[in-house]
Ligand binder design. Structure first.
Ligand code: HEC
Ligand code: HEC
Length: 319
């Protein structure tokens, strides 16, 4: 299934890449021909949070923040995915229930619902499937669904909340659905870039617009595009030069939404700053040595992708 998708996407991306690098030939930073907001752009705004059943959403939120769900009661989803900051945390890689370092940097849960697959390797097709895997993962939550259901059924408050939201006691389906309902509400609309897309010409500075133009003309856009500025393709990393740890070779292109708030970067957390990540992307994915000025305006543009959660700007996690 995944292999089939890789075969489908990789050539498309490679063709886009060729087209884009051909167009990019000889261009430098001064270009300001970014079109007008509202015109067809390869990035679309984050939609408003879907209404959802408030009882399911708030039950999901409670589950997400409850450490009792992990096997030893020490961690909740929220321990690694802090929704009061960036939906992730500041560490390169988190420690598992067993004390070992997890293989991957923690992805943000913000806007995850808008990506076509979940996880760095894109192995999960739905939030529900991913919740099950996170709970079952011996390193992340270290539990299993039966153990979670026993705990929930023994708790009168939870049983009552499940009855209100689903009309019956907790079971696998309602458990996954409650989590997923909450996760679907974790969208961060109203970034300055989205306001520009929606027609507010003053939402972006000239530097940010130049940065966006360069992002398009260099070909970053051939992989980072769509509503999540990523999250809709599989790609090889380190195409021209090694980027990060060589495994896995192919990852789901990460979303760049709120990227200024989510250091460190890459699947192994090996890049400490956004400018470092942009420089390495130029080398590894496009075979270009970007100038400091080019990196600076691309970073300016990427900062305009920071959205809002419950009306407040998304912020970096505390180290
Ligand atoms: C120990 C830290 C940790 C805990 C606890 C944890 N996660 Fe994660 N989460 C991660 C890491 C690391 C990744 C990236 C994993 C991968 O790609 O294999 C991730 C990825 C995700 C993603 C995918 C984001 C994307 O864009 O693909 C979602 C959604 C998510 N977690 C939800 C949850 C939920 C729900 C729970 C609780 C049931 C949970 N996580 C518990 C560390 C954690
Ligand atoms: C050929 C596809 C491709 C192109 C072109 C590309 N990227 Fe990426 N980008 C990726 C992949 C794949 C990753 C994940 C790499 C990893 O973690 O191993 C990534 C990761 C990133 C990250 C880190 C995100 C995170 O959360 O860790 C940033 C920032 C980024 N790219 C910016 C850019 C910029 C800026 C450009 C243009 C100079 C660019 N990319 C060009 C595919 C691409």
């Amino acid at each position: 299934m995944i292999a089939a998708n890789l075969r489908r996407w990789t050539p498309i991306c490679a063709v886009l890449l060729l087209l884009n690098s051909a167009q990019a030939g000889g261009q430098d930073v001064q270009i300001a021909d970014v079109g007008r907001p509202g015109e067809q752009e390869p990035i679309t705004p984050i939609p408003l949070v879907p209404a959802g059943d408030p009882r399911k959403v708030s039950l999901g939120e409670r589950l997400f923040k409850d450490p009792r769900l992990s096997h030893d009661g020490t961690r909740a989803c929220m321990t690694c995915h802090d929704v009061s900051s960036n939906g992730a945390d500041a560490s390169e890689r988190d420690r598992g229930v067993d004390g070992s370092l997890y293989q991957f940097n923690t992805s943000t849960v913000f806007n995850a619902a808008l990506s076509f697959r979940l996880g760095w390797e894109g192995r999960f097709l739905s939030l529900e499937e991913h919740v099950e895997a996170s709970l079952n993962n011996p390193v992340l939550m270290g539990t299993n669904i039966d153990e979670v259901l026993v705990k929930l059924k023994a708790d009168d408050e939870y049983t009552g909340l499940f009855r209100e939201a689903y009309g019956h006691a907790p079971d696998r389906g309602s458990l996954f659905n409650a989590f997923a309902s909450y996760e679907r509400s974790l969208l961060t609309p109203a970034s300055r870039f989205d306001r520009w897309l929606q027609g507010d010409v003053r939402a972006l500075s000239p530097e940010e617009l130049n940065g966006y133009q360069l992002f398009k003309s260099l070909g970053c856009i051939s992989c980072h595009q769509g509503v999540n500025v990523g999250g809709n393709l599989f790609e090889r990393h380190g195409i021209f030069r090694p980027l990060a740890s060589p495994t896995p070779e192919i990852v789901r292109v990460p979303s760049l939404r709120n990227v200024a708030t989510t250091p460190p970067y890459f699947h192994d957390g090996s890049s400490p700053t956004l400018s470092d990540a942009v420089r390495k992307m130029g080398e590894a994915q496009l075979d270009r040595n970007l100038s400091d000025q080019q990196i600076e305006i691309i970073v300016d543009f990427l900062q305009s992708l920071t959205g809002t959660f419950h009306g407040a700007p998304v912020v970096a996690a505390r180290p």
